[in-house]
Design a protein around this ligand. Structure first.
Ligand code: FE2
Length: 274
């Protein structure tokens, strides 16, 4: 079909409406989180969590195969697998490896197979098939994709009869502060490595939301502002009641996107076209 015919125009319009601009664009960056695959631990299947999770692995795969081209990049923002160790994640990771495009993986709180200190080993093992983002960065055109798991204090919070927060578990909060500090150090390492390599444009990925329900900002949002990140992309929030736990949309010049699987109904979000 010759370009410029009504049919081609219709197809181009369809793509523009559904997948964004395609003409003249050479590649795209997508993100999706929380696949929570369980091929080797079927007892952990997410099917029981409602309609959106039913056969979600097939939904995700179908969307990814429709949207992502071999030249594109897909960042999977953590909670890839329920397997307790690497051998119990093999089929899940192979499932991901078979998706089109370059797959960059971030650590989620459930990714027990991934010891942050042994990320290089994972990168060796899956060389040229999967790219594990931890204390490093990956280039996407003139952007550096940086990130870490992150952390936020999620309570328990104590509520009054009207559902207002009147207190929280202070011991848990103290522990959370330590985890936040460590994750912030890891994130800074990712930013610094990218900057040392000459990158000035950043897109930042977290598994946890950058702020909790009590915070307007955090060490993570401030670091993004300090380095001039254009976007923060995060996941982890499941279920309607959690989708607005953190920032979505423009805030202090940064675009915040929630990409948790059930929020997106397992259709990857396009983060950038270049
Ligand atoms: Fe999570």
């Amino acid at each position: 079909m010759a370009f410029g015919t009504p049919d081609a125009e219709r197809i181009a319009n369809f793509h523009r409406e559904n997948f964004g601009e395609v003409e003249g664009k050479t590649m795209a960056l997508y993100a999706l989180g929380d696949l929570h695959l369980s091929f080797q631990v079927p007892e952990k299947s997410m099917n029981v969590f409602g309609k959106v999770w039913r056969n979600h692995e097939t939904k995700a795969k179908t969307y990814i195969e429709q949207l992502v081209r071999p030249e594109d990049t897909l960042v999977l923002t953590g909670d890839h697998s329920w397997g307790k160790n690497l051998s119990l994640c093999q089929e899940d990771l192979e499932y991901i490896a078979a998706f089109p495009g370059r797959k960059i993986l971030l650590r989620g709180n459930h990714d027990m197979f991934w010891d942050a200190k042994k990320t290089e080993k994972l990168n060796e093992l899956y060389r040229d098939r999967l790219y594990f983002l931890q204390n490093n960065f990956y280039a996407y055109e003139d952007y550096a994709l940086v990130g870490t798991k992150g952390f936020t204090f999620e309570g328990p919070f104590y509520l009054d009869r009207r559902g207002r927060i009147v207190g929280w578990d202070e011991q848990k909060e103290e522990h959370a502060k330590k985890l936040v500090k460590r994750e912030a150090e890891r994130l800074r390492m990712s930013f610094d490595k990218a900057r040392e390599a000459g990158y000035q444009k950043f897109i930042m990925f977290l598994h946890y939301p950058p702020t909790n329900i009590l915070e307007k900002d955090s060490v993570f949002t401030r670091m993004a502002e300090e380095y001039g990140a254009e976007q923060i992309v995060y996941s982890h929030c499941h279920g309607e009641s959690r989708f607005h736990d953190s920032i979505i949309g423009m805030h202090n010049g940064i675009r915040y996107s929630l990409v948790s699987g059930d929020y997106l109904k397992f259709r990857p979000a396009r983060i950038l076209n270049t």
